[in-house]
Write a protein that binds this ligand. Structure first.
Ligand code: HPA
Ligand code: ZN
Length: 335
């Protein structure tokens, strides 16, 4: 088991499901709060960490929006992003595709340019320093209206050259993908890739909508696809990647025990499951911790570990040449 964990640390990895606002470590949150003279509801790092006990997605989101409220200036977005990139660089993550939630900041009068410039400049600096490549995904908050998503898309237009795709996140149940049908059509027309959180808490029907109505390029989470055999076949037919987040699933009670995590079942069914950290500062671990938890508790084999890492490469939006290079590196490492 320990040798598999060592191998998982050495593998070149991609992160395909990561909310940059979910990488806010309490220590950094308090430092930036102090710098910006923002008062947090929690008085100490310990008090804040003690609140990280969630029974569902909404419990977490309530805290997540409070946390991001200290982000005001471009440098705050830069520092947050750079801290995450430094961390995952040390874990052999070679390519990241990260979400940001513009509406979570626009609602506090933090303009779009400050957000995206801070995040993008950190990504660019990481690319220069370490050759770490990236894609940036603007995510719409699904508890808000489609009109608000359209307004956000409009604000993003001067920055579209920095944005690779769009996503859909926040409170899932009651906010199905079809609510955003027209805005995703507009995004597609602009040449953006499309992904959506579906089947984390929401029913298989929401995954069907994401595929059939929205025409997503990828599915975020997708756990509840396993309840519907026809849906499983459809996902396979379209070779869609699922960005699975094991520690997130445990913390948000999507699974009750890591031993019962369905990732092995997904692989056995031939689904392109990948491993990702979602909101690592809130869920107890970054990429390597997610792999270690799976290795320790679900007993994934060396072959399954390799398959997960390969799926992370093939399911990414990087160029084919780059994919081939990392797939070869993985093959040599596992030989
Ligand atoms: N699900 C939905 N919305 C989110 C998440 C998540 O796991 N993390 C941040 N926003
Ligand atoms: Zn997510």
């Amino acid at each position: 088991m320990e040798t598999l964990i060592e191998l998982s640390k050495k593998m070149p990895k991609t992160e395909l499901h990561l909310h940059i606002e979910g990488t806010f470590e309490p220590e950094q949150m308090f430092a930036i709060a102090q710098r910006n003279q923002v008062v947090l509801k929690y008085h100490t790092v310990e008090e804040l960490k003690a609140a990280y006990q969630f029974t569902n997605l909404q419990d977490f989101l309530d805290l997540y929006y409070q946390g991001m409220s200290v982000l005001l200036h471009e440098v705050d977005f830069y520092d947050l992003t750079m801290a995450y990139l430094e961390k995952v660089h040390s874990e052999n993550v070679v390519h990241v595709e990260i979400f940001f939630d513009p509406q979570g900041h626009l609602s506090r009068d933090v303009p779009f340019d400050r957000q995206i410039n801070g995040i993008y400049n950190a990504l660019k600096d990481a690319e220069k320093k370490w050759g770490m490549t990236f894609k940036l995904i603007m995510s719409f908050l699904r508890h808000l209206s489609e009109e608000s998503a359209f307004d956000t898309l409009e604000l993003s237009k001067p920055f579209l050259h920095l944005i690779d795709g769009v996503g859909l996140d926040s409170s899932e149940v009651g906010h199905p993908p079809e609510k955003f049908l027209r805005v995703f059509e507009a995004c597609k027309d602009l040449g953006l890739k499309i992904t959506a959180h579906a089947g984390e808490e929401g029913p298989p029907e929401y995954i069907w909508q994401a595929i059939d109505q929205i025409g997503v390029d990828r599915i975020d989470h997708g756990n509840r696809a396993l309840e519907d055999d026809k849906l499983i076949e459809e996902i396979k037919k379209r070779s869609l990647t699922l960005t699975v987040c094991p520690l997130s699933n445990l913390k948000l009670c999507v699974v009750n025990d890591m031993k019962d995590h369905p990732i092995k079942t997904m692989l056995k069914l031939g689904l392109n499951a990948t491993v990702n950290s979602d909101d690592p500062a809130y869920f107890g671990g970054y990429m390597n911790d997610n792999y270690a938890a799976l290795i320790r508790q679900t007993g994934i084999s060396k072959e399954e570990l390799l398959q997960l890492a390969k799926n992370g490469i093939t399911g990414s939006w990087m160029e084919d040449k780059q994919k081939e290079r990392y797939l070869q590196e993985l093959t040599s490492l596992f030989a």
